[in-house]
Design a protein around this ligand. Structure first.
Ligand code: ATP
Ligand code: MG
Length: 438
């Protein structure tokens, strides 16, 4: 039997409805905050992600799916959304249109990781990107939009952790102090951290293995090495978050796994251990030089990415249900070939009028067809037998009131529309027909 690749999953119809709803809420929130959608390719040139030798992030060094295409071009399945967005921003000269460009994306990302709950090889991210002047207000725009999404989902059991990595000058000062500090304790760190010491000592602070090590806990803090510009930027971000009443914790050891960040960095965690090391739902920060480093103009950026899989796991764990039960307005049961042939045309006409409906294609017994109607959670069951067909009538059963009426077929559409609008349709409260085509 063929099976799905390791670290991937199938989204079955019941779950697909949850995903679709999550995407709808995301689009609504992005619209409120004026982030516009961008869709970029799922694979990009290898160099889009592997930019320089010094990159020390696990994602770039160990986790990318790289391949040669049939024309011997080196390609990479995107492991994250920012680099592709920045590439598209530059290539399409989006910076010419506006001083600030606010984008969102949503789609699958690929990383060769050890699969576990909340960690997959193909997973879904939703991300925000804002390119424009280095304003702390844009950092807050991004963070507050993330918080708004969580609110819209009815989910607030989260902790916003925030820190600054400072500008280049501050980071270099801090880097030197850290190298000095960790060199003295190098034997007490894991083998990955030993390598990080050379390439990017800040990343040691982000180590999942040494997380509880006192050497990490007692490490110098960046706040003591920030220059005035960096301090002012960060303080303004915190001040504005306070003003709009977004709670946060300043975590001086928060650094991000990707090497391109500067100034503000943040994470939003699910306040529960059920996801283990996978409890970070959203992560982001500012990247002042990325657009320039990818060959574009000197325009700073700030962004975030939500792991949508983790978000859904956390919602499920909190028993937050974002969808209503599946239902159909009507389900047609037929008896005999003539009736099912006629029925097909009938339900097509109903669908054109905006009535969600289906019919049994099974030639099964009446009882079995009633069961199918039940499985589809239909509000009305329509029953068409030879007798009814000859008389051009149809039996209509209201599954909520259990009432049954016999109507002329010509009256059916009007009857359903009237009843769906007047009575509570449990999906829409009676508005299903606003967009009716007839
Ligand atoms: P982690 O530390 O958990 O590996 P990360 O720092 O590599 O996360 P980012 O690159 O910042 O993650 O991606 C943003 C978000 O995407 C993460 O906070 C997480 O919610 C989600 N994410 C990252 N990798 C995976 C994965 N392999 N499977 C599912 N979700 C993921
Ligand atoms: Mg990772």
């Amino acid at each position: 039997m063929l099976t799905k690749p390791k670290g991937t999953y199938d989204i079955l119809p019941n779950e697909a409805r949850i995903w679709a709803k999550l995407e709808t809420v995301i689009r609504k929130v992005c619209n409120l905050a004026n982030y516009e959608e961008i869709r970029t390719p799922i694979f990009e040139a290898y160099e889009t992600f592997h930019r320089n030798e010094d990159d020390s992030s696990d994602m770039v060094t160990k986790e990318t799916y790289d391949f040669l295409d049939r024309g011997d071009r080196k390609m990479t399945l995107r492991p994250e959304g920012t680099a592709g967005c920045v590439r598209a921003f530059i290539e399409n000269k989006l910076y010419v249109l506006n001083k600030v460009t606010k984008l969102f994306y949503l789609g699958p990302m690929f990383r060769y990781e050890r699969p576990q709950k909340g960690r997959y090889r193909q997973f879904m991210q939703f991300g925000l990107e804002a390119y424009g002047p280095k304003s702390p207000l844009l950092d807050v725009d991004i963070i507050s939009t993330a918080v708004m999404l969580l609110k819209a989902l009815g989910f607030m059991k989260v902790r916003v952790r925030i820190n600054t990595l400072g500008d280049k000058e501050s980071r270099n000062n801090y880097r030197n102090v850290l190298v000095d500090y960790f060199s003295k304790n190098i034997d007490l760190l894991c083998s990955d951290c030993k390598q990080r010491l050379e390439k990017n000592p800040l990343r040691i602070l982000d180590c999942k293995i040494d997380k509880e090590n006192v050497i990490l806990k007692n490490a110098p803090k960046i706040s003591d090495y920030l220059n005035d510009d960096s301090k002012t930027h960060f303080n303004k971000v915190l001040e504005e978050l306070d003003k709009i009443n977004i709670k946060y914790v300043v975590d001086p050891h928060l650094v991000r796994g990707l090497d391109y960040y500067s100034d503000t960095v943040f994470e939003i965690e699910y306040e529960s251990d059920v996801l283990g090391n996978q409890n970070v739902l959203c992560a982001g920060g500012r990247y002042n030089d990325l657009v320039k480093d990818l060959g574009g103009p000197d325009i700073p950026g700030v962004g975030l990415a939500f792991g949508m899989d983790r978000l859904l796991l956390a919602l499920a764990n909190e028993n937050i249900n974002i969808i209503k039960p599946k239902m159909l307005h009507a389900y047609l049961i037929t008896l005999g070939n003539d009736c099912s042939d006629y029925g097909l045309k009938l339900i097509y006409d109903l669908r054109l009028a905006g009535i969600t409906c289906d019919m049994s294609y099974t030639k099964a017994s009446l009882k079995a067809q009633f069961k199918e109607a039940d499985n589809n959670n239909s509000l009305f069951t329509l029953i068409l037998g030879e007798d009814e067909l000859n008389k051009q009538t149809i039996n209509v059963k209201n599954n909520q009131t259990k009432e049954q009426v016999t109507l002329n077929i010509s009256e059916l559409k009007g009857y359903l529309i009237k009843n769906l609008t007047q009575n509570s349709c449990h999906n829409c409260g009676g508005n299903c027909h606003e967009k009716s085509t007839n």
